[in-house]
Write a protein that binds this ligand. Structure first.
Ligand code: SF4
Length: 386
């Protein structure tokens, strides 16, 4: 990562309908509502025209949601016309779009490729239709396959598939069979997360603390272990706790988050990290659209601004960096903070090494999670809070 590099995240908060487990900033909206949002989003992009951030090198763009594949071709074209007009996108910029089966057409895919999108992230979650129904997903496995094959036929050569484990009624065997089935497609990247029952979702009402058919902790752990083994055997490298890629296909955008690179969030509720500050846009859709239309967009930006102290930065460096299997580099830590991690976290590091939860590579000095450390990663991260 070079000093002048910057990543962009663009949030599209619309979905056909809300999945039953989802607590993301997303929801249904009609065509008019989506149009009004996109107009506001273009105004927000325009507002950066003379901003110092627009002089930076954009190395990755991530269009996330929600369901960005709900946008029409015209909306995607307008978004990219503005994006390229205001910002400088590097020639080999990684540009990802998230998509959900059931919302993608061949025309849309042609449009994505035409504007320069080169990475495609499909929300599958499970190849079992019964589980997709339980999750409240809008699509079937067959519709996912149609989307996947359409992408391949159009020439897409960098595809991620999102999968979930520890789903209601899912057994370890079922999960592993499903994973193997998806691997037959040979995607370049797999993100595999355990279901977390989040407060405020219909799943929370149904499953929280109730006698239910959610897999237990041991099954959850087994599914995670199997994911690592099956994907390793199939030639994927786990490069982050929940992310696996074929060689050369790890997500550059997500690595920016873990390596504390700078990024700018555009759109509803989007978070940014620039100049040692973390801040975000409003999460209120009406407020966002009204403010930009009234020429007062600045009032819905830089909210919850937090200027990081040196201690905050050291903590982040450790617990974000440890999410990656390569771990953290003592040298890089020293370059940034003028001290080695051992001088700040010495006793915690020694304790965790003794507990075999982290390890230090003798040659490189890098510190990383061990296999047991991955299982209790949150416990490990807590040790780096100053
Ligand atoms: S498609 Fe994704 S963002 Fe939309 S409701 Fe479902 S999980 Fe949430």
């Amino acid at each position: 990562m070079k000093k002048n590099d910057l990543s962009l995240y663009i949030h599209i908060p619309f979905c056909v309908r809300k999945c039953l487990y989802c607590d993301f900033l997303s929801g249904p909206a009609d065509a008019r509502g989506r149009d009004a949002y996109m107009q506001a989003l273009l105004l927000e992009l325009e507002s950066y025209r003379n901003h110092p951030l627009a002089k930076r090198n954009i190395t990755t763009v991530f269009i996330g949601g929600g369901t960005p594949s709900l946008l029409t071709e015209e909306q995607i074209e307008a978004l990219f016309a503005k994006l390229k007009d205001v910002f400088f996108l590097e020639e080999d910029c990684e540009i990802t779009i998230e998509m959900n089966p059931g919302t993608v057409t061949k025309q849309k895919i042609d449009c994505y490729l035409k504007v320069g999108i080169n990475r495609f992230s499909i929300g599958l979650q499970s190849p079992h239709d019964a589980l997709l129904k339980t999750l409240g997903r809008i699509h079937t496995y067959k519709q996912f396959l149609e989307t996947y094959h359409m992408l391949r036929a159009a020439g897409a050569d960098n595809i991620n598939i999102d999968l979930m484990s520890a789903l209601p009624g899912q057994t370890v065997q079922m999960y592993c069979e499903g994973l193997r089935k998806v691997l037959e497609l040979s995607p370049e990247h797999i993100s595999a997360y355990s279901l977390i029952v989040e407060e405020g979702t219909p799943f929370y009402e149904k499953y929280n603390n109730k006698c239910n058919d959610l897999p237990g902790e041991e099954e959850d752990r087994l599914m995670y272990e199997c994911t690592g083994e099956i994907l390793h055997d199939a030639g994927y490298e786990r490069y982050e706790i929940s992310n696996y890629a074929k060689e050369g296909f790890s997500s550059r955008h997500n690595s920016v988050y873990w390596e504390r690179g700078e990024y700018l969030g555009i759109g509803l509720g989007s978070a940014s990290f620039t100049d040692r500050c973390r801040y975000k846009n409003t999460s209120n859709l009406k407020e966002y659209i009204d403010a930009w239309n009234a020429g007062n967009g600045a009032s819905v930006q830089r909210m919850e601004e937090e200027r990081l102290t040196g201690e905050d930065e050291m903590e982040e460096f450790m617990f974000l960096g440890l999410r990656m299997m390569k771990g953290v580099s003592g040298e890089k830590f020293c370059e940034q903070f003028g001290v080695m991690p051992e001088e700040v976290f010495g006793s915690e590091i020694e304790k965790l090494i003794q507990q075999r939860l982290i390890q230090r590579d003798v040659e490189s000095g890098r510190i990383s999670l061990t296999k047991s450390g991955i299982d209790v990663s949150n416990y490990v991260f807590e040790h780096f809070l100053l």
